[in-house]
Ligand binder design. Sequence first.
Ligand code: AMP
Length: 270
Amino acid sequence: MSGAKLYSLRMRASREGRHLSGGERIVREELLPQTVTDLLARARSKPLQPDQVVVTLDAIARENVRSIRSLDLLAVETAGTAASRSLAASLLSRAGVSERAAEAALDALARGPAASGGNMRGAVILDARSAARLEPDQERGIRASRFDWSDDAAVQAGQELERLGLGHFRTREALALASKAALAPGMVAELCWSDDPDYTAGYLAVPGLGYVRFPQMKEPGIATGGRVFFVDRSAWDPAAFQEFLQRTPVLITAVGSFRAVQDAEALLRQ
Ligand code: AMP
């Protein structure tokens, strides 16, 4: 992506004020029309049609773009939802998250994390010790944006994910988001599963460990999910955290190591 101008594109689709889907891209100028078309197609691909789609385009100063390496990816197999959540809770504990905060996060995603009980368009921020909710708006949450793979890294990551049977575009996108989020100042871990009833996979991302991908974080047909960012409040400044997640442009130009983990429990001994 050297030379040409870069743009951040953000898409939000909603219906009657409720968030349906979103997308974040950073692309070269000549890819703008195609990317807008792709984002619009995504907004309209769900059974429930949006009545509003907002696409925001911002020019990005190339010198402000931070180049990073993606998190390593560890694909685990578990016996199902309960086993996945239990392993995620143990890994959270190893990362310094209290039992109370881990339970609060798992409960919030299972119930629907918005204050009103539904899904959010962004993430919950949770104090990794006290489990206090810290996001400024508990209906909407905080949305990470301005991140993407560079052209070369996208191809390489795509091939490596394919090799592990993880060719779904969602994995690549989620890994990009988690790789940026892991660098936010004060971030301890991120827990996610989708609110799409047909997509049961989820992950736990821990700086220093990687992106641990679980094929089943919820039962098929369940339409609640979301994201939780656990933060260490002693090293956390709300403004700096938000500024980094929402505004700092990040391109992933190097790909971490991706592997299947046969013995998931071994992660607890690492
Ligand atoms: P998805 O993986 O796209 O199904 O998203 C699952 C949930 O994660 C959504 O319901 C949002 O609550 C949250 N989410 C999605 N995109 C973002 C983002 N860019 N930043 C923060 N949270 C997000």
